[in-house]
Design a protein around this ligand. Structure first.
Ligand SMILES: *Cc1c(COP(=O)(O)O)cnc(C)c1O
Length: 355
């Protein structure tokens, strides 16, 4: 397929003049800086935060490029993946005219962000075993020439499974818009994700995040990997200083410590598999779905009641029982060994109380 980004972007985005920050006009780090109206004396805090941070986060991108085997101009960093999702929509979808294809049940932010931007959705549900309904997706692509984006979440939230690569590749081959593959949970899954396919597919966008495997949800840092042309557009649209200096500092240091991430992921996977086995043996549990992520989708008898029973014991899980295809299901994030033990004890207690 001949992909042309200029056909996908909203016309006014092509000609937009972005804000030029003080740090855009002079890029050196040494000197007397009297260009940004900062406080020259220092900060109110013990540590100095008086200078604006790097608007393009070059230090992080250089480390990340080496780790993910891409070039720095293929990386966009956002205030969480949620910022990248919103910018992708704003860059491509004219409100009330263009459309977005979603495969529910999936991550709720795609729909929220589309609604905020007044962009209609085309929903093609997953199959009952949570796979891509490829014929239906291809049909939707055909029937909706104004669809600019399609979101695949793999591993998918809340179902936990990875989608088949072949299905996503098929859509990459035929969809004239951008194919977004959200890999927030890829570090918990087996095998490579889609970042290595960027060169082959100029219409591919891969989202990843520091919020899950890296344990940095509070710092708010999400990644989008895509063609340099699209990354340049996202950089044009973002607020100039979207990634704060503390986040840049701490994530920069974390990128030197990959082995700690691998260790945490290993421990979470061990806990997940143990929890899965133990949950499956409880009478209250009807089914535990396979997971390629750091959470389990669990079908229980009377999900609302179980949810409230757990809340009363200060154990908070996500009630997904009113989500289509997830009827009767709770989504449970894998906890520490002790947290998982307490969850299992509470569920046994529920079983005993309702028996
Ligand atoms: C948790 C999650 C994210 C992460 O969002 P951030 O804004 O980066 O914290 C992205 N996508 C999915 C599917 C998620 O579940």
């Amino acid at each position: 397929m001949n992909f042309d980004l200029t056909n996908i972007l909203r016309p006014h985005i092509l000609t937009l003049t972005p804000y030029a920050s003080a740090r855009d006009e002079y890029e050196g780090t040494e000197g007397i800086f009297m260009d940004a109206n900062e406080n020259p004396i220092g900060s109110i805090t013990p540590q100095p935060y008086n200078r604006y941070p790097d608007p393009y986060q070059v230090a992080i991108k250089q480390k990340l490029a080496a780790i993910r085997q891409v070039r720095t101009d293929q990386i966009f960093l956002g205030n969480g993946s949620d910022e990248a999702i919103d910018l992708l929509i704003r860059a491509t979808c004219t409100p009330r005219q263009d459309e977005i294809i979603l495969l529910p049940p999936t991550y709720g932010m795609y729909e929220v962000s589309a609604s905020i931007n007044d962009v209609p959705l085309v929903k093609v549900p997953l199959t009952p075993d949570f796979g891509v309904d490829l014929p239906a997706v291809l049909e939707a692509v055909e029937a909706h020439p104004r669809a600019k984006l399609i979101f695949f979440c793999s591993p998918n939230n809340p179902t936990g499974n990875r989608l088949r690569d072949e299905d996503i590749l098929r859509v990459l081959d035929v969809f004239p818009g951008l194919v977004v593959v959200d890999e927030a949970y890829i570090d918990f899954a087996q095998g490579p994700g889609f970042v290595s396919r960027l060169e082959a597919y100029p219409n591919l966008v891969v989202l990843q995040t520091f919020s899950k495997a890296w344990g940095l949800a509070s710092l708010r840092l999400g990644m989008a990997f895509a063609s340099p042309a699209l990354i340049a557009i996202l950089n044009k649209l973002k607020p100039p200083y979207n990634i704060n200096g503390v986040t840049q500092q701490l994530v920069g240091e974390s990128l030197d410590n990959l082995t700690s991430v691998e260790k945490m992921v290993g421990e979470i996977l061990r806990q997940r598999d143990g929890l899965r086995g133990q949950l499956a043996e409880l009478p209250v549990v009807r089914h535990v779905y396979p997971s390629d992520a750091n959470f389990l989708l669990v079908k229980v008898q009377d999900a609302r009641a179980v949810y409230h029973f757990l809340v009363n014991r200060k154990i908070i899980v996500r009630d997904r029982s009113n989500v289509k295809l997830c009827e009767g299901c709770l989504r449970i994030s894998v906890g520490t060994a002790e947290e998982n033990r307490q969850l299992l004890a509470a569920l046994r207690e529920f079983g005993a109380a309702s028996a």
